[in-house]
Write a protein that binds this ligand. Structure first.
Ligand code: MSP
Length: 521
């Protein structure tokens, strides 16, 4: 991660063959939270997401539906973009691999590999999983001939392919990982890749004969073949960075000099299922063209149902948009970010969803509602002129924990600490008993201090929760009489005395969709 003022974050680009589900939403929201946190800290951010639109999987799905591949891609790209809008995603660029700009960058990239003698022609004989678009060895597929990742049957292929000399970069990659302990986060994933790299690394097939797959980008040096979809897809990160200028003469295309562009990416956020492609194929391909590798890869875990990965092909997906229609965008974001320890797996259950929602409603929502109501009731809606330092210690400690957790990409811990501050503030209300202070003729100053403290705490909470619950925090900022959600570093000092506070509907109202009928106990 650069310490500079700019950061470039990416999500994987999603296959345009199926609808967005909770797993996709998780990756995208996680990246969104990181991007928003950085923007709120005053950094300029490029946040990229998009759709992966070439390859056999898309070609087969389009055939199945009886539409042209591009029609399927147009539909699905719109579906993903629409889902991201409804889930409050603040991406700066939505890339589609069928865009002319991307095709030109892929072409320039492959030509560059070819010119540097990084590619040779050979024959591939082995197993292929169409669903994951991956080759597997005899050992990988076992006796039942199924894919290691998705469990679906694999097919045998034997064909002419072009190969990238990936094996030549094995030593350089191992050295890079060993010298950069935080390059792959969390550690368990880093160790997994180091373990994988203890075996000899083969070369990488980077093409498919058009006789088998025609839906792809032509190889510039053999129009009978298209680029392997993973190579095509990974290059999207480079396309959006602006590092390569395909129409410029070779040598001036940006392969040597990338200043001014967003490359290298500060962080690729991915799921653990696509770690090898990102931590082995991608960096070695970049080494092959002479470009810097990304600064960091964050591999998160899987959302599972029972003990099975949630996936379209397994037919057990949860629709994030349906949850959002019942509980609102911010509740879905909060649940996903708070429930899954960043990097680990988590199981989706409706009960846990409700428990997490109750936290928003009973702790944060309740604090906001009681603090604003009391300022309106006891001080005619104006934040009192008082130090408001009653929770300064807790606030200081929380900010430290949040910053520390975010710096280690433990988003769930950062959010847990923020919610604990709201809990502490509710405890402060109980302890101070402002309703009793209001009755006490000598309690005026104490009441002022209580209310000013609560206003300060809400102001800080507003900044802390903004990356994960942005629209509700906009509402809260408005109720506190602020011009907008304050920056985190300003939230402890921004003047509050005299601001006009207002009361509104509960921020997180009680919701009872049929599936969420709570048992009375
Ligand atoms: N198209 C490739 C990525 C190319 S990136 C250059 C791809 N697409 S995908 O649509 O299958 O899924 C992308 C990502 O969605 C996964 O890596 C993972 O981040 C996320 N998830 C899909 N299912 C998931 C879960 N059940 N749980 C958590 N995340 C999951 O792979």
């Amino acid at each position: 991660m650069s310490d500079g003022p700019r950061r470039y974050y990416t999500t994987p680009i999603y296959y345009a063959s199926g609808e967005p589900h909770l797993g996709h939403a998780y990756t995208t929201i996680l990246t969104d939270v990181l991007a928003r946190f950085d923007r709120q800290d005053g950094r300029e951010v490029l946040f990229l997401t998009g759709t992966d639109e070439h390859g056999q999987k898309i070609q087969d799905e389009a055939n199945k539906r009886g539409v042209a591949p591009i029609e399927l891609c147009d539909t699905m790209a719109e579906r993903f973009a629409g889902a991201w809008e409804r889930l409050g995603i603040s991406h700066d660029r939505f890339i589609r691999t069928t865009e002319a700009e991307h095709k030109a960058v892929v072409t320039a990239f492959l030509q560059r590999l070819w010119d540097r003698d990084q590619i040779y022609e050979g024959t591939y004989s082995g197993w292929y999983c169409v669903s994951d678009e991956r080759y597997w060895t005899e050992k990988d597929v076992g006796d039942d001939r199924t894919c290691q990742v998705c469990g679906k049957p694999v097919v045998h292929v034997e064909e002419k392919n072009y190969f990238f000399r990936m094996s030549a970069y094995q030593a350089a990659l191992v050295e890079h990982i060993e010298h950069n302990p935080d390059w792959i986060v969390p550690d368990i994933r880093r160790n997994e890749i180091l373990g994988f790299l203890r075996q000899p690394l083969g070369d990488l097939s980077i093409s498919r004969p058009k006789s088998r797959v025609s839906w792809g980008i032509d190889l510039p040096f053999d129009s009978g073949h298209v680029a392997y979809v993973w190579v095509d897809a990974l290059i999207n990160y480079l396309t959006a960075s602006g590092a390569i200028v395909p129409e410029a003469p070779p040598g001036e295309q940006g392969f040597e000099e990338t200043s001014g562009s967003w490359w290298p990416a500060d962080m690729h956020v991915i799921g653990k299922d696509i770690l090898t492609t990102h931590a082995v194929y991608w960096p070695t391909l970049l080494m092959g063209v002479g470009l810097a590798v990304p600064r960091r890869i964050l591999a998160h875990g899987w959302w599972v149902v029972g003990d099975t990965k949630m996936s379209k092909s397994l037919g057990n997906v949860v629709d994030p948009l349906a949850l959002r229609d019942d509980f609102g965008t911010d509740a879905v974001r909060w649940y996903l970010m708070r429930e899954m320890p960043t990097g680990g797996d988590a199981s989706y259950t409706p009960e846990r969803f409700l428990t997490r929602y109750d936290e928003l409603s009973n702790v944060l929502g309740n604090l906001a509602s009681r603090a604003t109501s009391m300022i309106v009731k006891y001080r005619d809606g104006a934040v009192p002129h008082a130090a408001g330092s009653g929770l300064a210690g807790a606030i200081g400690q929380t900010l430290e924990t949040v910053r520390d957790s975010m710096a280690r990409w433990r988003i769930h811990d950062a959010l847990g600490a923020a919610m604990d501050l709201a809990r502490t503030a509710n405890g402060y209300v109980e302890e101070r008993q402002p309703w009793a202070q209001a009755k006490d003729p000598a309690g005026g100053d104490d009441l002022d201090e209580t209310l000013a403290t609560l206003a300060r705490c809400l102001c800080v909470l507003c900044a802390l929760f903004q990356p994960v619950t942005p629209s509700k925090m906009d509402e809260l900022a408005a109720r506190l009489g602020l011009d907008g959600v304050p920056r985190l570093d300003e939230s402890t000092g921004i003047p509050l005395a005299g601001r006009r506070v207002s009361i509104g509907d509960p921020l997180f109202p009680r919701v009872e969709p049929a599936w969420a009928a709570r048992s009375e106990s």
